[in-house]
Design a protein around this ligand. Sequence first.
Ligand code: ADP
Ligand code: ZN
Length: 308
Amino acid sequence: TRYIGVDLGGTKIAAACVDESGHITNETRIDTRAHEGAESVYGRIKQVIMRASGEEPIYGIGIAVPGLTDPQTGTILTLSNIPSLDGFPLAERLAKEFGVSVHIDNDANAATWGEYHFGSGKGADSLIFVTISTGIGGGIILNGQTIQGKQGFAGELGHMVVDPEGFVCGCGRKGCLEAVASGTAIAQWAKEANPQALFFQYAKEQDRDVRSEDVFQAWEAGDSIADEIVKNVIRYLGIGFANYIHIFNPERIVVGGGVSKAGVRFFDLLHLQVEQETMPVYRGTFEIVPAKLFERGAILGAAMLCAK
Ligand code: ADP
Ligand code: ZN
């Protein structure tokens, strides 16, 4: 069976044809050009779908969008990067155009659904997918179903307060997990650190500001200031992940995003920390593993929305 998965982003629209075993063909992309307005963006969405379809029939279209949707009606509610599409009946229009069923969900849920079918979530019926990137987000699958909530707003995993005295978050609260443990936050901890730290040297060699990856590189090299930052970040992630486990009892937490590239040692310490933070009955009941699909997760998950 051939499905089309579309990953609608603020800058690029990517699409591909996906079969039920996760095999990708006809991968294609185009600029979003959000400023040109709804009909123009819609026209480019149609274009990538046609290219991804090729000559043979397709059985459904799934779309991952960067913002809030109504998964029931397939209407876009609001996308901060593509404001012209607010309220756009995307699924309805595409269904009429292509004569197949069309499903829509936000990109975090789609990526979660992708990991569940074809990535590190395979075989886990209840899982949490967390991306630690510029921000922190993700999705929740319980007993094989994505948790949507009343309006599809469920799963804001980055906006759980883990330190009421922490950095101010983009959402306005203080000390959300995203504000203290995202890639952006790690860079911020680094900027406030002792200037002797090894990661400043790495950044200087590259002639740029210090980044999360510099901190992890210095940590691997044994720098004590980097060690303090990484330990602190693991403590915050440990609190957050233990909270997820207490509420949802997942068998696996899949971690994606740039920071998940930090390596095996990071994952081992994170797992230990979460074990310490959770109540004894949860110990040994969960795994914490790196994601597998990265930028393709949303396309694969979007396509699989059709197979629900
Ligand atoms: P985006 O947020 O645009 O989706 P990514 O998922 O790649 O992008 O996440 C980017 C963040 O991850 C940045 O804060 C970056 O500094 C950080 N990062 C990238 N690679 C690594 C690494 N190997 N170790 C730790 N942090 C990393
Ligand atoms: Zn927040």
